[in-house]
Write a protein that binds this ligand. Structure first.
Ligand SMILES: Cc1cc2nc3c(=O)[nH]c(=O)nc-3n(C[C@H](O)[C@H](O)[C@H](O)COP(=O)(O)OP(=O)(O)OC[C@H]3O[C@@H](n4cnc5c(N)ncnc54)[C@H](O)[C@@H]3O)c2cc1C
Length: 298
């Protein structure tokens, strides 16, 4: 198991954090300590981590920006591989390459600076390029699948692979990476020429709409539940009179019922109890079973 390997010094140059509080690495600001949090600085270090994990029978958890993640209060007794230090970018013509730890906000800003359109939708999504590619993140009619030309990744043995956008099997909030334990290391985007000022204006407008509708003043993990077929989770939750429902520090947002927010000091247990109550009431009143969008790491 994970404890049998002391990661300090196991891979030359690898940044290693032991018993690292995960509330520092999730947008919910919730989560106990991770036994090991590893931060490779490049794809070669990431591959070395994956090979060592494979040899020891360890299944690492991949962490992007932690913006769709709920970590248990007891923490995670295993290995977390963070992409936070995979943060390089490069561009040529209409193509932009970003390593998986680059934030979508930075990526969208870079594209705008270069006069490349197609990523304005992503500028307010608080995820990383890798996390967003994995779940085909989207908003305001745009989604990652529309702009991804190629995804570079590592398989569990640390071998590099490259997939075209088509090979990624993108669907609504889904890709092949949801079914395969491959680490996304970088993404090549194909964009279209545009006017930097107009792209910036579009980003500003979309982010204004976001601030108006979403409770960005509180920590959260975005939409708590997936969109049920033909309905909106937020509308169902509101219809059932659950807006503002509170358990400990966790609350169904008064501004947007689709979000559970951390009003201060919320625990993972608070959030899970609140989610259970919401699910039970919505099922009882509407017959619809809500499925969590937020991923639980335990
Ligand atoms: C305020 C707020 C607003 C949001 N708005 C939106 C929105 O409009 N649209 C939307 O789609 N989402 C939205 N989200 C949710 C979230 O930002 C996205 O799901 C985002 O894509 C998650 O990326 P991440 O890097 O934070 O992933 P994480 O939360 O770190 O991880 C999510 C999953 O991806 C996996 N993963 C992460 N990195 C990699 C990698 N490099 N390779 C393989 N697997 C990886 C993890 O193992 C985990 O299974 C919002 C969240 C918040 C907090």
């Amino acid at each position: 198991m994970a404890e049998t390997l002391d990661w300090r010094g196991a891979v030359p140059g690898l940044e290693v954090l032991e018993r690292e509080p995960m509330d520092r690495h999730t947008t919910f600001r919730i989560g106990g300590p991770a036994r090991w949090l590893l931060l490779p600085g490049d794809a070669a270090q990431a591959a070395a981590v994956l090979r060592l994990c494979r040899e020891r029978g360890i299944v690492p958890f991949f962490l992007g920006n932690g913006s769709n993640l709920l970590v248990e209060d007891d923490g995670y007794d295993g290995v977390i591989l963070s992409t936070a230090r995979l943060d390089k970018t490069a561009g040529e013509g209409e193509r932009l390459y970003a390593e998986s730890g680059v934030s979508l906000a930075r990526l969208a800003g870079l594209a705008a600076d270069r006069g490349l359109a197609g990523l304005a939708f992503a500028s307010g999504i608080p995820g990383s390029v890798g996390g967003a590619a994995r779940m085909n993140a989207g908003a305001y009619g745009g989604e990652m699948a529309q702009v991804i030309a190629r995804v570079d990744c590592l398989d569990p043995e640390g071998r590099p692979k490259s997939l075209t956008g088509e090979e990624c099997g993108f669907a609504y909030r889904h890709s092949i990476f949801c079914d395969r334990p491959w680490l996304v290391t970088g993404v090549l985007f194909t964009l279209t020429p545009g006017d930097p000022a107009a792209i910036r204006a579009e980003m500003a407008e979309l982010n204004r709409r976001r601030r108006e509708k979403q409770p960005l003043e509180y920590p959260s993990a975005g939409s708590t539940f997936k969109r049920p077929q033909g309905r909106f989770a937020a509308a169902l939750i509101e219809e059932c009179g659950l807006k503002g429902l509170t358990v400990g520090g966790a609350q169904v947002s008064e501004k947007h019922s689709g979000f559970v927010v951390n009003r201060g000091g919320a625990t993972c247990a608070d959030v899970l109890t609140l989610m259970d109550r919401v699910k039970a009431r919505v099922l009882e009143q509407t017959g619809i079973l809500l499925e969590p969008e937020v991923e639980l790491l335990k």
